[in-house]
Design a protein around this ligand. Structure first.
Ligand SMILES: [Fe+2]
Length: 389
């Protein structure tokens, strides 16, 4: 949607120093001249399309130039892929850049997957450890987005590769500055001394009226301003370096969930387990427990029921009529176990995840009637269906 934060009379035409700026409205109609006493003459404010996508505590942003429809996705998160693409299409935007403000340790970036789909560059700071970054940027540089300019401010501290992006009336602060907090400095490449410099020597020296849009916000607030944060953010009240650093070193925060996997994925461009599962799940149909029960009762000869768990689990109890073929042996044993590729095959496991991978593998191998159980042995037992031993 069009951002309503801009005043109606918002367009100033750049003038040579000393000349008075001409003020025009959205349609470039002449609205008068600024008083000569105003010294901040003439920075053009370009109209922006702005979408904010919260995912739990993670915040991502779609920013587009209204005139040219070029857009950037900032800190996209993997579970929101379809939403981002839908929002871009809804707004008539062409996503030109995928940008991470830093290497995230607590959620999975969608930049690598979106690049596979959109074939546009991934932008990160020069110090990013990720080998898949296409466009490395440095402090003071700008990313051109039609009439918009995103200015890079290198703000290490939360991570070494953290950057903030200033565009028009707002600043995307990543995890350098949050609403009422700051990013933590105890994760890989974090440095409280650097964060102090980034906050007090860089960020807080910008225009206090700039709106702050962080990468995390857990209380549902959309944004604040630098002035508000300087006045009210408890961590920014520690204005002395030593006090600030000591405070950051003594936060004793718990480690984020999935930190190992998040760093692996975000630093390598690889896929998370959830992503692999979602991709496998998108390629196979599922069968309900009740439908399978119907087949078991009818002793359907046309359905091969394949238990893909390990032998021990199978022997403790399985779906009546099921055959054992553990997932780990699937590829090597299909030729002898499943000689007919036209057979209808139902794969199940304990929880319904391994069987999804198994059914996808079977489909890859030519078993075009392979399906996965929607649920697993655990749900089968819980539903009171018969168990054979
Ligand atoms: Fe972070």
């Amino acid at each position: 949607m069009r951002d309503s934060g801009f005043p109606m009379v918002a367009y100033l035409i750049r003038r040579a120093p000393g000349m008075r700026a001409v003020v025009r409205d959205r349609n470039y109609k002449f609205k008068g001249r600024l008083p000569a006493s105003l010294t901040w003459v003439a920075s053009a404010i370009a109209p922006m399309i702005f979408e904010h996508v919260p995912t739990g505590g993670c915040q991502s942003y779609l920013v587009g130039c209204e005139e040219t429809r070029a857009a950037v996705l900032i800190d996209p998160e993997i579970t929101q892929l379809d939403r981002y693409l839908g929002l871009a299409a809804h707004n008539g935007l062409h996503v030109r850049y995928l940008l991470d403000t830093h290497t995230h340790a607590d959620h999975f970036t969608a930049t690598a997957e979106l690049r596979r789909r959109l074939e546009v560059p991934i932008v990160m700071h020069r110090d990013s450890p990720a080998p898949f970054v296409d466009m490395r940027v440095d402090d003071g540089e700008m990313i051109a987005l039609g009439r918009l300019r995103l200015r890079v401010l290198h703000t290490p501290g939360h991570t070494r590769d953290s950057m903030c992006l200033v565009v028009e009336d707002r600043v995307f602060t990543g995890d350098t500055l949050l609403i009422g907090a700051t990013g933590r400095t105890d994760l890989p490449s974090g440095d409280p001394e650097a964060l102090y410099d980034s906050l007090f020597e860089r960020l807080l020296r910008l225009d206090p009226a700039l709106k702050v849009f962080p990468a995390h916000e857990y209380k549902g607030r959309s944004h604040s301003t630098l002035a508000q944060e300087a006045a009210e953010n408890p961590r920014l009240q520690q204005r002395e370096r030593a006090g600030f650093v000591a405070m950051m070193r003594n936060l004793n925060l718990t480690m984020p969930k999935h930190i190992t996997e998040a760093l692996r994925v975000n630093m390598s461009g690889g896929r998370s387990v959830a992503q692999l599962l979602a991709e496998a799940g998108a390629r196979v149909p599922f069968m309900s427990l009740a439908e399978l029960h119907g087949h078991v009762q009818a002793a359907s000869p046309g359905l091969v029921i394949l238990d893909v768990r390990e032998r021990e689990a199978f022997e403790r109890g399985h779906v009546p009529g099921a055959r054992l073929l553990p997932r780990g042996q699937l590829e090597l044993r299909v030729n002898t176990e499943l000689p007919d590729p036209t057979q209808r095959i139902l794969a199940y496991c304990e929880l319904g995840q391994i069987s999804t991978f198994a059914a996808a593998t079977l489909r890859d191998m030519g078993y075009q009637r392979a399906v996965a159980l929607d649920g697993g042995m655990q749900a089968w037992r819980a539903a009171g269906y018969p168990v054979a031993v």
